[in-house]
Design a protein around this ligand. Structure first.
Ligand SMILES: *Cc1c(COP(=O)(O)O)cnc(C)c1O
Length: 365
């Protein structure tokens, strides 16, 4: 058989290690996973109730265009239903944008250390990824702008950036959008929007009227705690949303996911509570890193990237043996790990394990 030549050697996405696997492999009873930016407090109780109520309807196909959920979200965000498209996670929206807009030989611009799904989908479409180095862990918008050519189709801005947690402030983002040619799409990935507390952090949705080439991505996987159900969305001008819809499978989100998302959307008190707890957890971890003399990037997300000063793989392994899963393997940051902000107790356990791991590696703290 002859596959498309450019898909043969694509790298496989490496997810955070699952808790059960680590328990078995290391003979541990208790394992804390701070590797995939999941919500340590779970999902809203109203999501569970909505799922239970949906269990009698499993034989029915979902509403392919998620009419009720779309209307509720549109009203919540202050946009129209035709501005919204749902996906099997916002991962799927990224794939659909690539599928609808990127052709072999097209160029697409992203940071050199950012969410890997942009590049993997560009690769699948045979597009050329131009990876622009981060500047102090932050998107270098001037350099990204300078990389635009007449072949550029899509620019990806992850805000806050995964894995560094840094963000592009509103004035810089506006100047950038003012300068990007109108035929180039800018995708603003706001998977961690609800966690950002800095006053200069921009709300991409407020920019949509002024910049018709902008698409904003958000998700129910992070602060809403519904990662298992795979539901995320894109918001953009109706013309772009319609084009992305052209390549969407008819039933790409499940009844269960739609019901849980709708119920979760109605529980904004829960979102606010998680946002507050996360901001506290960020401060807790940052204070501990400072105490340990470790440099970290300032984060607006529910994760922090920190320099452990020895090969990150060593600390990663040592933390695993102590029952804490984090993320390492950042190509350009070989001594940095990314840790999800957990509950107060989880953060404490992580710091204790990190201190011990650093000691084992001979890092003086
Ligand atoms: C987690 C994440 C997503 C998407 O997650 P889904 O579960 O597919 O909605 C998108 N972008 C970034 C930067 C993320 O970290």
């Amino acid at each position: 058989m002859k596959p498309k030549p450019h898909i043969v050697d694509l790298p496989v996405y490496k997810p955070g290690k699952p808790i059960e696997e680590v328990k078995k492999e290391y003979g541990l009873e208790k394992v804390i996973k701070l590797a995939s930016n999941e919500n340590p407090y779970g999902s809203s109780p109203s999501a569970k109730a909505a799922i239970m109520a949906e269990l009698d309807n499993l034989y029915l196909y979902p509403d392919g265009s998620a009419v009720d959920l779309t209307a509720a979200l549109a009203s919540h965000l202050g946009v129209k239903s035709e501005n919204i498209i749902f996906g099997c996670g916002s991962d799927e929206i990224i794939a659909l944008i690539a599928r609808a807009f990127l052709m072999p030989g097209d160029e697409t611009i992203m940071a050199d250390q950012t969410f890997s799904v942009y590049k993997s989908n560009a690769d699948i479409e045979g597009a050329v990824s131009i990876e622009v180095p981060l500047l102090n862990g932050t998107h270098d918008l001037a350099a990204m702008l300078a990389a635009v050519s007449d072949k550029t189709k899509v620019i990806w801005i992850c805000n806050p950036n995964n894995p560094t947690g840094t963000f592009v402030p509103e004035p810089e983002l506006r100047s950038f959008l003012d300068a990007v040619p109108g035929q180039v799409m800018v995708v603003l990935d706001e998977a961690y929007f609800e966690y950002a507390t800095d006053l200069s952090y921009p709300d991409g949705i407020k920019l949509l009227d002024r910049y018709p080439n902008l698409v904003v991505l958000r998700t129910f996987s992070k602060i809403y705690g519904l990662a298992a159900l795979r539901i995320g969305y894109g918001i953009g001008n109706p013309g772009i949303i319609r084009l992305i819809n052209q390549v969407r499978e008819p039933f790409n989100t499940s009844r269960i996911a739609q019901a849980a998302a709708l119920a979760s959307l109605g529980d904004q008190e829960y979102v606010q509570e998680c946002r507050k707890l996360n901001a506290g957890g960020r401060l807790q971890l940052q204070a501990e890193f400072q105490r340990l003399g470790l440099i970290h990037f300032p984060s607006q997300g529910n994760f922090i990237m920190v320099d452990v000063r020895v090969p990150a793989s060593e600390i990663f392994e040592s933390l695993l043996r102590k029952g804490v899963i984090v993320r390492a393997g950042h190509r350009l940051y070989p001594t940095w790990i990314r840790v999800t902000v957990g509950s107060r107790e989880q953060n404490k356990a992580f710091i204790a394990a990190l201190e011990a791991a650093l000691m084992e590696q001979g890092v003086r703290v």
